[in-house]
Design a protein around this ligand. Structure first.
Ligand SMILES: C[S@@+](CC[C@H](N)C(=O)[O-])C[C@H]1O[C@@H](n2cnc3c(N)ncnc32)[C@H](O)[C@@H]1O
Length: 384
């Protein structure tokens, strides 16, 4: 089982907890690698022929395919196992985190921090976050179960490698941030940002690599979730990386106009709404200095790059059964167009191969859609 960086904020699993967590990861991997593929056979040999006989045409949207497949017992079994794996994952981790929560809270409050934490007691969660428990995590990102709570953050940090079957970079979730650094090295070799903002930073798993690979920059991370940010603060301090965390929404950022050199988000946009997305793009534009760079790294793959309606339907399980209601919508949104509409220039998109070891001069970018594990979608642009 892949581990997160062994920093002193990380919740520890005892023997039985670890056994439970390893079981869930193995089960999720088995469903993904052995059971998922059977959906294609059922579609090709049962569901689609039935539809074609009745309608004298093939299904033409992923929504038609989903409705067809929802009637098939194999697909129902697959979907139930997917959901069960998700619920079991949170159960095994939450029990373990709750056992050590007091200790984690103490550890999240270092005496001499190098970074900072600013929470807003009047912060209103955006409705698209408050309305669901994102990816079925009980209490989602923002619920406080006690004073100074860090539970949601601890659960996410511990759960990351299970959630990604140990593929999100070996060190839990760091693969995303390191991959973004590789993208920046490759596409903006002269970029030497003095100020960086990570929108939707969660526990800082991507903010930390950004700060480590641009050590002269002042790095900020914002997120609506207070328990995530408290944990992120303790985590960054435990790793010895100064980061300034604040409770803010990407729709309304409390930074001055033209005050930042680099603004990024990583797998954040698919958790926002259709209305929020252009507001976030405009905020990124407002905050960047002329010549500044924006990069949004997102879940692979854009549906326009994925012709198989059945593949789209399998991805769309997230939208309909894993409490990620905007997943499908964002996968079909034209993010290049959205960046252009916000005013950005030199806008482009592509796929960046995941790396844990960013190096200047190494290429991991491709324009061609790549849905293999370990590739991330990126859309980027510059201000003037
Ligand atoms: C999947 S997590 C991202 C994790 C993190 N960026 C990383 O790479 O490890 C998505 C995050 O986006 C945050 N988010 C959602 N809507 C947001 C908004 N309007 N402004 C800022 N953050 C938001 C959520 O609270 C959540 O922590």
């Amino acid at each position: 089982m892949a581990e997160t960086l062994p920093h002193s904020m990380l919740p520890r699993a005892n023997h039985d907890e670890l056994a439970g967590q390893q079981f869930v990861q193995t089960m999720k991997m088995h469903v993904s690698s052995q059971i998922t593929a059977g959906n294609h056979k059922i579609y090709d040999h049962v569901a689609r022929p039935k539809f074609e006989k009745e309608h004298k045409r093939s299904p033409s949207t992923r929504h038609e395919v989903r409705h067809l497949m929802e009637a098939e017992p194999y697909h129902q079994m697959w979907g139930s196992l997917m959901r069960l794996g998700q619920e079991l994952m949170w159960d095994t981790i939450i029990d373990s985190v709750d056992r050590q929560l007091d200790d984690l809270i103490t550890r999240s409050q270092p005496k001499r921090p190098r970074g900072s934490l600013t929470l807003d007691p009047n912060f209103q969660q955006p409705r698209y976050l408050a309305a669901v428990d994102q990816h079925a995590q009980p209490g989602s990102y923002y619920t406080d179960t006690c004073d100074d709570d860090v539970r949601a953050g601890a659960v996410l940090d511990r759960g990351a490698s299970i959630y990604h079957f140990g593929r999100a970079g070996g060190n839990g979730m760091e693969g995303r941030g390191r991959t973004l650094v590789q993208f920046l090295y490759e596409k903006y070799p002269d970029l030497n940002p003095k100020t960086i903002l990570d929108i939707g930073c969660s526990v800082g798993a991507s903010t930390v690599p950004l700060a480590m690979f641009f050590p002269k920059a002042k790095v900020f991370g914002v997120d609506p979730g207070a328990p995530l940010l408290r944990y992120a603060h303790g985590r960054a301090e435990a790793l010895g990386v100064p980061i300034h965390y604040a409770q803010q929404s990407g729709e309304d950022l409390k930074f001055d106009d033209e005050s930042l050199d680099l603004v990024v988000s990583l797998v954040m946009l698919h958790e926002t709404s259709t209305k929020a997305l252009p507001r976030i793009m405009s905020e990124c534009y407002r905050l960047l200095k002329p010549g500044g760079v924006v990069v949004h790294l997102e879940v692979p793959v854009r549906y326009k790059h994925m012709p198989s309606l059945m593949e789209q339907t399998l991805r769309d399980w997230q939208t309909y059964y894993n409490d990620e209601p905007f997943w499908g919508r964002v996968c079909e949104t034209d993010l290049v167009g959205a960046l252009g509409a916000a005013g950005f220039r030199n806008v482009f998109e592509g796929y960046q191969r995941q790396t844990l070891d960013p190096r200047r001069g190494v290429s991991g970018f491709t324009k061609v859609a790549d849905s293999r594990p370990g590739h991330w979608y990126v859309a980027a642009g510059t201000k003037k």
